[in-house]
Design a protein around this ligand. Sequence first.
Ligand code: UDP
Ligand code: MG
Length: 313
Amino acid sequence: MKKILSIIVPCYNEEQALPFFYQEIDKVSKELKALNFELIFVNDGSKDKTLEVLKEYHQKDKRVKYISFSRNFGKEAAMYAGLEHAKGDYVTIMDADLQDPPSLLKEMYRLAEEEGYDCVGTRRVTRKGEPPIRSFCARMFYKLINRLSKVEMVDGARDYRFMNRKMVNAILELKEYNRYSKGLFSFVGFKTKWLEYENINRVAGETKWSFWKLFIYALDGITAFSTVPLVLSAVLGLVFCLISFIMIIVIIIKTLFYGDPVSGWPSLVCIIFLCSGVQLFCMGIIGQYLSKTYLETKKRPIYIIGESSDEAS
Ligand code: UDP
Ligand code: MG
């Protein structure tokens, strides 16, 4: 019996990129004869003709399956849905825009099969073609999160990875609502090999990630994998108490020995501003964690399926 490789492809408005992707993956599947392919396209509430394109592929190619969400739930939800539906002995997640080269599959398969790796991950060593400010912020983010979190986040790591069943099952055990996959993949551990490659620009269409979306995603990552910001607010509070204590002593001594002409309105205002600012900042941090806990306790489904190829065929 040939082993099955499930390829999960989250698609959000990828009508233009899909034909290139399909052609490329079809080519690779013919070269990789040792595996049977299962292609799971997850249509994440696209507003263009992505679903129509997927239905057409499903009609002519039995390896193609699709899951279509009732609205846009985000890439994380799409990946999770794909992992839940994948039947393969090996599973890989790939973007539809060919930024994750399918040609690496052969090497990934070899490493998993012959060298006993549970997971083969990929990372971009360059960020060529990206706005410099975005690359800079990304680098800073990885530095920060690795300081704050015990789980290691690899700079430039893509969601493109080749996993065996053991690892996929472990990931499926993590049913949290606020999913930050880069962290979840490292959290579950397993023997991982990293393949490196240069950044490739998307073949067609445009990126779905605005700077703001990435910023929110970064915050999600920090709250999901670190509680250090909470400690930080406590430490800040302590430092401020200490400073004010010293100031009180200084003022008492000054008044006792030198008398105290009433002065210092501006400095007082500055102090009030500073302290209330710090308080609001710390409350904001707590609010972040509280809101995540709130969403988590609601136990809402991570995604909702509108239609899928299972019911269609
Ligand atoms: N994607 C998705 N849902 C979203 C946003 C993106 O399924 O809400 C998919 C998208 O179709 C693509 C992958 O996630 O296959 C990566 O998105 P994109 O290429 O826009 O991100 P970038 O590579 O620029 O980081
Ligand atoms: Mg992309």
